[in-house]
Design a protein around this ligand. Structure first.
Ligand code: UDP
Length: 320
């Protein structure tokens, strides 16, 4: 049956769930630039039409508005399924805990089923959150994590942990070719101004000369990867022969207080720093061990924070 075979033409077909989101839309752009036909799916729960507006009229891009927790039927061959749909900011998954659990579980089930039906290769967008508040630092892929199942972040962390298990189950039981990327904090144009994550929060506060809200004492650390670096790493993972989880992120680590100061300098802002309570279960430290990405994908991040922030600030300036 033709729908069960991979496309034999030289133009590969990719399905991207969450295509109107921050990462999904950048991934879609990269795939189109590399000669793929792309079918984007999104239900706009946290994605926005602005992120894909520039693709209107592109004959290689088809968009379907759908919740991927529902049955997915697509006509024709599919070569790659990239499962990126999910709320991904702590504020978003606090607002949509059930949708977050459903897209990580049912949505992963439906997209794996699609990949199996089409004999396509499947990539799961997993997350550094599966490490929880990590007791091992930096985090290698072998670390099993420290997650509070019933805490406010549990809906995201456990959904993604389940998604990883389901992905491996489809690989082991049905022979689906699968890839798992664990995405660390990423930033760049197309993040939503009010998604609550630290990068848009600090930049929009700085551009308005309002107080920069550092949570806790600001001693918690994160390591920020520019979006173009991340997407390149993920593309290489899909095209590689490596089937176990791979961390993709930038290992340059800084405290949130240092980050607030850097944003104030980079924007030339008159903002001052104000301290707010630390949210429950906020990880105290996070930095990827990217040994595997270097070894198996020959990948490492290239865009320094200062340069990535310049691009991101330029984007937010036009929107604040
Ligand atoms: N954070 C902060 N002020 C804000 C938003 C976030 O200090 O206005 C901190 C937050 O407590 C966390 C870090 O910045 O330690 C990164 O938060 P984000 O929501 O971007 O994502 P996370 O890495 O926690 O998933």
């Amino acid at each position: 049956m033709p729908s069960r075979t991979r496309s034999s033409t030289s133009v590969p077909t990719s399905v991207v769930t969450g295509a109107a989101g921050f990462l999904g839309s950048h991934l879609t752009d990269l795939l189109l630039a590399r000669g793929h036909r792309v079918i984007g799916i999104d239900n706009f729960i946290t994605g926005t039409v602005d992120n894909i507006a520039h693709l209107a009229g592109n004959r290689n891009f088809k968009f379907i508005e759908q919740d991927v927790t529902e049955f997915l039927f697509l006509d024709g061959p599919v070569d790659f399924v990239w499962h990126f749909a999910s709320p991904a900011s702590p504020v978003d998954y606090l607002n949509f805990p059930i949708q977050t659990l459903k897209v990580g579980s049912l949505g992963t089930h439906k997209t794996l089923g699609l990949a199996m039906e089409k004999r396509a290769r499947f990539l799961l967008a997993s997350t550094s959150e599966i490490y929880g508040d990590p007791l091992v630092h930096p985090q290698p892929e072998e670390y099993w994590g420290n997650v509070n199942t019933i805490g406010p972040r549990g809906c995201y962390d456990e959904a993604k942990r389940f998604a990883e298990s389901l992905t491996m189950a489809y690989h082991r039981q049905h022979g689906v070719e699968t890839r798992i990327v664990r995405i660390f904090n990423t930033y760049g144009p197309r993040m939503r101004l009010h998604d609550g994550r630290v990068v848009p929060a600090f930049i929009s506060q700085a551009l308005k000369h309002r107080p920069i809200t550092v949570f806790g004492r600001g001693t918690q650390t994160r390591s920020f990867c520019y979006v173009s670096d991340l997407i390149e790493g993920i593309y290489r993972l899909m095209m590689s022969g490596y089937g176990l989880p791979v961390n993709i992120g930038n290992p340059t680590e800084l405290t949130m207080l240092q980050f607030a100061e850097q944003i104030i300098r980079a924007t030339g802002s008159r903002s001052r720093i104000t301290f707010k309570p630390l949210p429950q279960d906020d990880p105290k430290q996070r930095r990827p061990d990217i040994t595997k990405a270097r070894k198996y994908l020959k990948w490492h991040p290239e865009v320094p924070l200062a340069q990535g922030l310049r691009e991101t600030i330029k984007y937010f300036r036009s929107r604040v």
